[in-house]
Design a protein around this ligand. Structure first.
Ligand SMILES: [Zn+2]
Length: 316
C-alpha cells in the first residue's frame, strides 16, 4: 500500500479501484482562462465533465490519472469540483506536455526539476493540491532539445520524490525507446515509468522491447484510428490480447486520452468529437473489455489490467 495524491488529497492505493491511466477532465492552454475569461464557459465545462464522470462512475470507473499539464490548461479548482461531484478520484500531474514554456528553453535542468518537486511536495500553484504523477511528452520525430530538458527534469523529480512518470510518445517512431535511454542516463528506476500512447502502432516487438526494459505500458488511446495511419480500436484490442498471451497483463494499462467534448471551440467540432467516441470514458468498458473476453481473455486478466496493475504502479 502507498499514498497516492488526488485533487481531493492523498488516498491509499487500495482505494484506486478501476483506473483509467491517461485521461483529461478538460483541455485548454496555459493562462487563457485568466487572460480571456468568457471565451470558454468553465461552468458548462465543469457540468459536462461531471455528468460524463458520474456516468463513468456508474459504469464502474473509480479513478482517472489526469495528465493535464500547465501547458494543457490544468485547472485544479475545476478538477476538484468535478471529482467531488462525480465521485471519481482524479490524480493530477506536474511536468509538461508539448508546448514547453519559453522560460524552460535552455534552462538548467535542476531549476526546472525544482518546480516539479515543489508541485509534488508543496502543491500546485496556491491550491495545496500535490501532484500525483509527472507528465512528459515527445511526439513525431523523437525527443527535441527542449523536451529533453523537461524529460531530464522529470527524471530528477522522480529520483528525488519517488513520484511516477507518465510519458506521451509517438509509437510509430518508437519514441519510447529514446525516452527510456534518457531516463536511464538520469538513473531513473524504470519500474517508476509508464510509457504511454503505445497503441498507435501494431509493432509488438517494439512494445515487448519496452516492457523488457522494466517500464509499464499505456495502451491509452481508444478508440484511436482518427488518422488513417493509426489502427482502429478492434486492431488495438487484438494487440492487447497478444500482450496478455505473452504474459504481460501485469504491466499493461488501458485508457482513452478522452476529454470533455464541450471544450471544442465550435458545435461542429464538438459533434465530430462526440461521433468519434460516443461512449467517452466508458468506451473501454463497453467495447474493449467485452471484445477482449470474446478473444479469450479471462475476467481475471481484465481485473489485472484495469485494477491491479494501476494500483501496483503506484506501490513501492
Ligand atoms: Zn493525453
Amino acid at each position: 500500500m502507498s499514498q497516492v495524491n488526488t485533487v481531493l488529497g492523498p488516498i491509499d492505493s487500495s482505494e484506486l479501484g478501476f483506473t483509467l491511466s491517461h485521461e483529461h477532465i478538460t483541455l485548454g492552454a496555459a493562462g487563457t482562462a485568466a487572460a480571456y475569461p468568457g471565451f470558454q464557459d468553465l461552468n458548462a465545462i465543469a457540468d459536462a465533465a461531471t455528468a460524463a464522470l458520474q456516468e463513468a462512475y456508474d459504469g464502474g470507473v473509480r479513478t482517472i490519472i489526469d495528465v493535464t499539464t500547465l501547458d494543457l490548461g490544468r485547472d485544479i479548482p475545476l478538477m476538484q469540483d468535478v471529482s467531488r461531484r462525480s465521485g471519481v478520484h482524479a490524480i493530477p500531474c506536474t511536468g509538461n506536455h508539448l508546448s514547453i514554456p519559453r522560460i524552460f528553453w535552455g534552462a538548467p535542468v535542476d531549476k526546472v526539476a525544482a518546480l516539479f518537486i515543489k508541485e509534488i511536495e508543496e502543491g500546485i500553484e496556491d491550491t495545496g493540491v500535490k501532484a500525483g504523477i509527472i507528465k512528459v511528452a515527445s511526439d513525431r520525430g523523437g525527443v527535441t532539445e527542449n523536451e529533453e530538458t523537461v524529460l531530464r527534469a522529470a527524471a530528477r523529480a522522480c529520483n528525488a520524490t519517488g513520484t511516477r512518470i507518465s510519458t506521451h510518445t509517438w509509437s510509430p517512431d518508437r519514441v519510447g525507446e529514446e525516452q527510456i535511454r534518457i531516463l536511464k542516463d538520469e538513473g531513473v528506476d524504470l519500474n517508476r515509468v509508464y510509457v504511454g500512447h503505445s497503441n498507435d502502432d501494431t509493432d509488438v516487438e517494439y512494445l515487448v522491447g519496452l516492457l523488457e526494459e522494466g517500464v509499464w505500458l499505456g495502451l491509452d488511446r481508444y478508440p484511436g484510428g482518427r488518422t488513417p495511419e493509426t489502427p482502429r480500436w478492434e486492431v488495438r484490442t487484438e494487440i492487447v490480447k497478444q500482450l496478455i498471451d505473452a504474459g504481460w497483463a501485469h504491466r499493461l494499462m488501458l485508457s482513452h486520452d478522452h476529454s470533455t467534448p464541450v471544450v471544442q471551440p465550435s458545435d461542429e467540432l464538438r459533434r465530430e468529437r462526440e461521433a468519434f467516441n460516443p461512449d467517452g470514458y466508458l468506451f473501454i468498458s463497453r467495447n474493449v473489455l467485452p471484445r477482449l473476453v470474446e478473444l479469450g481473455a479471462t475476467d481475471a486478466d481484465v481485473n489485472t489490467i484495469m485494477v491491479d496493475t494501476p494500483r501496483r504502479f503506484f506501490e513501492d
